[in-house]
Design a protein around this ligand. Structure first.
Ligand SMILES: NC(=O)c1ccc[n+]([C@@H]2O[C@H](COP(=O)([O-])OP(=O)(O)OC[C@H]3O[C@@H](n4cnc5c(N)ncnc54)[C@H](O)[C@@H]3O)[C@@H](O)[C@H]2O)c1
Ligand SMILES: O=C(O)C[C@H](O)C(=O)O
Ligand SMILES: [Mn+2]
Length: 552
């Protein structure tokens, strides 16, 4: 493609702004289109960072960063890579939730996303092709906006979760931003206030379910696979009624991944390994309770259960270690509202003398005495002091992960969990949590957010040219995160710190790619896995523009 000087300045993949060199300015007709000073990328980073710091709120910071992203990807990612701990909660969760809720009102720019409407499916192929604009797309994050974090259905406004997740892929694992595409499948919304909002930017009707919806998803998958044959297709924040079905439909056919089910399963299992390293206990001795057994809750349970089997326990024995609690209380097998993912873990009423009374988390904890309690319920504050105290009365090191996002939905605060258990709880949270000082010990709180693993998982799978994302690769990812925390240090976290995200994303990628090659899933020969992973990684540096043609 040929660019005019103006187009070059407004292409975020190529634009260097004030860092265009004198030669480039002369060659591409940029003299007079920029101030005359020539800056280095580092100078631009310093200047942009100072601007960022002057913004008063996380929302204002994110607005600034998105504008920067829209004009210059290299500068945005260079800044991100230098301030990863500070940027994660701004670019991604929790600030992204405020953006999704206010997406239409805040809209400035479509941010290279593809907006596919259930009402205009004939345009689908052209829309995807035009958005890609000739780029070799290797990674799509797609959402239908129905189950955004724990904040529910936001229709087309959910597109920002796809944009944000992709930014983390690049910031954490070095996925080339020119090889990705965020996509929203707009099938309407159940949220009345959006349908009544004049500003709402999505299709203005109730969410469509059933056959028509599935045909829409299927058409999207087929079209994306046709246009982009080396695609890793990441599904994000689909609703509980669809997420698992879509994954099961496609996981043995194409290279696909559901972050809420599989990514969250990996990070929680890795957190449990970390907890075991600290407590010196065995995973297969734990009694696991999931509070909020939806997409994430049931997905995590399945992953941990699979690990019990992998460690040699027989299925009937392993099942006895798992309890699901949802709105109705402890889940029993005579309940005809159970989802397919809940059914394998539902209990028999005959196991309990007081089964009819087990309709709350508190009653279930009293009856079961779990040693692990994972919250994916979207119910803020539901891990109350009495519940935590009851759990802690029956186990020396209660493992408690309140994972509901964003911040306002967390089942408990890390500081309370540490205090209520006199420092015995092993805690991880969904969003970043500050260290907790208690009785002279500083407790570091691990972040059990799938963002710690999905970038490396994707990088490894893509680098290996893997046909599928297999359970063995997923398991390899969970096992690879160990060894980065000193478990014997007082107050050690169960997971490695976000400050090392770029390093351990690479570790995860190598583990995953190694497994793919070991199982013969690679479509192309891979002589050296480490090299293949390194070759896939993009770094935020201004590239040579010799292959770019510019004409007046
Ligand atoms: N930390 C992470 O990496 C991570 C990953 C995925 C999801 N999550 C969080 O987990 C939460 C759930 O996400 P999801 O995708 O599984 O949603 P989902 O809607 O599929 O599941 C939520 C479940 O909670 C149940 N629930 C609702 N009210 C309840 C109550 N009062 N008591 C018990 N259960 C109740 C629902 O019935 C449902 O089964 C969200 O807040 C999300 O942000 C965190
Ligand atoms: O997006 C996140 O922060 C994690 C997770 O995918 C979620 O849905 O909460
Ligand atoms: Mn999610």
């Amino acid at each position: 493609m040929k660019y005019t000087p103006e187009q070059l300045l407004h292409d975020p993949f190529l634009n260097k702004g004030t860092a265009f060199t004198a030669e480039e300015r002369a060659k591409y007709g940029l003299n007079g289109l920029l101030p005359s000073a020539i800056q280095t990328l580092d100078q631009q980073v310093t200047q942009a960072y100072a601007q960022l710091e002057s913004k008063p709120t996380p929302v204002a910071k994110r607005q600034f960063l998105m504008q920067l992203f829209n004009v210059n990807h290299v500068l945005f990612y260079k800044l991100f890579s230098e301030h990863i701990v500070e940027f994660m909660p701004i670019v991604y969760d929790p600030t992204i939730a405020d953006f999704i809720e206010n997406y239409s009102a805040l809209f400035i720019e479509p941010q290279n996303a593809t907006y596919l409407s259930i009402d205009a499916q004939d345009d689908m192929e052209a829309a995807l092709r035009r958005s890609a604009n000739g780029r070799d797309i290797r990674l799509i994050v797609v959402t239908d906006g129905e189950g955004i974090l724990g904040i529910g259905d936001w229709g087309t406004q959910g597109v920002d979760i796809a944009v944000g997740k992709l930014m983390v892929y690049t910031g954490a694992a070095g996925i080339d931003p020119s090889q990705v595409l965020p996509v929203v499948l707009d099938a309407g919304t159940t949220r009345k206030e959006l349908l009544e909002d004049d500003l709402y930017l999505g299709v203005r009707h109730d969410r469509i379910y059933g056959e028509k919806y599935h045909a829409f998803v299927d058409k999207f998958v087929a079209t994306a696979e046709k246009l982009f044959p080396h695609l890793y297709l990441h599904f994000e924040d689909f609703g509980r009624a669809n997420a698992a079905d879509i994954l099961n439909q496609y996981k043995d056919k194409i290279t696909t991944f559901n972050d809420d089910i599989q990514g969250t399963g990996i990070i929680v299992l890795a957190g449990l390994f970390g907890a075991m390293n600290i407590s010196k206990q065995k995973l297969t001795d734990q009694v696991y309770m999931s509070f909020g057994a939806g997409t994430a809750g049931a997905g995590i349970t399945q992953r941990v259960y699979d690990e019990f089997l992998q460690q040699g326990m027989d299925p009937a024995e392993a099942k006895k270690h798992f309890y699901l609690v949802d709105k109705q209380g402890l889940l029993f097998d005579d309940d005809d509202t159970l989802t397919p993912a809940q059914k394998p873990f539902a209990r028999s009423r005959s196991e309990f003398k007081n089964a009819a009374e087990l309709t709350s988390l508190e009653a279930a904890v009293k009856a079961v005495h779990p040693t692990v309690l994972v919250g994916t319920s979207t119910q803020p504050g539901s891990f109350t002091q009495p519940i935590v105290a009851e759990m802690a009365a029956h186990t020396e090191r209660p493992i408690i992960f309140p994972l509901s996002n964003p911040t306002k939905l967390a089942e408990a605060k890390a500081a309370d969990l540490i205090k209520w258990t006199e420092g015995r709880a092993l805690v991880a949270t969904g969003i970043p949590a500050a260290d907790v000082d208690y009785n002279g010990v500083t407790y570091a709180i691990g972040q059990a957010n799938n963002a710690l693993v999905y970038p490396g998982l994707g990088l490894g799978t893509i680098a290996a040219t893997s046909k599928l994302l297999s359970d063995a690769m997923i398991s390899a990812a969970a096992h690879s995160l160990g060894g980065l925390v000193d478990p014997d240090k007082a107050g050690a976290a169960v997971l490695p710190p976000v400050s090392k995200l770029d390093q351990f994303s690479k570790t995860v990628a190598i583990a995953v790619a190694t497994q793919a090659v070991k199982d013969g899933l690679n479509e192309e020969p891979i002589a050296d896995v480490k090299q293949a992973v390194a070759d896939m990684q993009w770094s935020p540096e201004y590239r040579d523009l010799t292959d770019v043609e510019v004409e007046d």
